[in-house]
Unconditional design. Sequence first.
Lengths: 128, 320
Amino acid sequence: MLNEERIILMTKMASYEANEGKKNVAIGSYFRGDYIGWQVLKSIISATIAFVVVFGVYIYYDFETFMTDIYKMDLIEFARHILSMYLWTVGIYAVIAYVVYMIRYMRAMKSLKLYYLNLRKLSGMYKQ
Amino acid sequence: MTGLLVAKQILMTLYSKYEVYITPLLKFLLALISLLLINSRIGYMDSIDKMTVVLIVALMCSFMPMNFILLMAAIFIMLHLYAFNLECTIVLGAGFLLMFLVYLRFSPKDTLVVLLMPICFLLRIPYVIPLAMGLIGTPVSAISIACGVIVYYMLHFVTQNVSVILAMADEERTARFKFVVDGLLHNRDMVITIAAFAVTVILVYFIRRLSIDYAWTIAMVAGAVVNITVLLVGDLMFDTHVALLEVVLGNALSLLLAVVLQFFVFNVDYSRTEKVQFEDDEYYYYVKAVPKIVVSKPEKKVKQINSQKAKTAPRSRTTH
């Protein structure tokens, strides 16, 4: 005998698993710290590449002036200045990434909690 | 109105029934239009400026995620620019790389906006994107819209200054690079457009979320008016030479398209709004419920006029 309520619940859960749930299950397989840490690390790598690109464009933009001034300038001071800019950029970006991925993790866990609740409900229906 | 609602219902049913075919088809069309536009505007590399190549790539895009279309469009642009000039390639490549690395990795769903924005600019209706994203997106969409605007203005700058860039000698590589970077960074039109679109998205988003009747309609109209105002104020302040008639007509057309979007996404009947009030142990609830306008698809009834004959005919045959 077909149980209409059970079929509706199973269809909804299957749809969730195929769409939004796929991503959430992947997120849910990590511990909170591991997930956020991994994502922030990836963000730091991205920010580093982005900084190098911008720095490259900046140097090439004023290449002639840079080459004439390179013997006059205090290279250690220049490197310190660039390093502090890099740390600020990456630091701010990492904080933004931390907040974004923390919210994303919390949302995914909330959604998964509902999914597991439905799973228990479905299991209960089979036992009836 | 009922006819339109029935048509909407039929369209939705058709889409859900043939989604497997319609989604790849739409992706194919989007990729095809994007690549053809790129080829027509900056088709400097002959080997990819061919219909067969475009068709093959568009076909590939139809089975891939949406981000793949943006990636292919970016690769096409880079290849064309490489055939034209190395400095332009470096600057645009850096722009694309920053966009992918810094923003689009956070919200990969917004890549569609980055792709649609330059297309809408070419169709003279870029104003529809901030209106639409304010209605169905979030204020964060302003960043993806800004990315789309930057992509358009980067390409626009290159196409507008082809002769100037080519006139510079090969020894002046740094000067050429400087010219391209300056052209992008000091582009007031681009800055004003980004500001206007950002204000529009945020305003439309906040108004449409208000608990007032016709919030979506008010949001759309307010968005269009603010868009025009910011663009005109920008023109007065920075002398950006905004074509007033084009802006007004573009916004009016965008408003119409936003109305169509509203019809499909948020079609409610405010005349049947219900306000209820109740309480539980912890809260008082003041609920405003606005019913959706829904019409059922008319069912076709087949009336068999000759049913009597059909039944009687065999009997008459047996009597003979």
